[in-house]
Design a protein. Sequence first.
Length: 122
Amino acid sequence: MDKKTVKLFDSELKVMDILWKEGEVQAKQVAEALTKELGWNKNTTYTLIKRCIKKGAIERSEPHFMCRALIPKEDVQEAETDELINKIYDGSVDQLFAALLGRKKLSPKQIERLKQIVAELE
């Protein structure tokens, strides 16, 4: 599956988060978790699960309406990051990086970790 073709909305990502954390789960358990966490009703969650199934992000199996994520979280993170960089920063990773770093004072440990990441990319 081409990870670029699956566009998930924030509400769908809430459903996916549970599947990424828990693995294969009954739709009923997903609905219960989102009711507790966000106050959603069961029908809202089931609608979102069905939407994700249609998009190819979730696989449904029986018995008990079992749900399993078909796309890894890392693929979605990468696609969302690429979209953000392209939409807001005209494709400039360094502009995004500068914007992120300019917002918060970093600890020496965090600075060292960033240096390691950059060194690994070189």
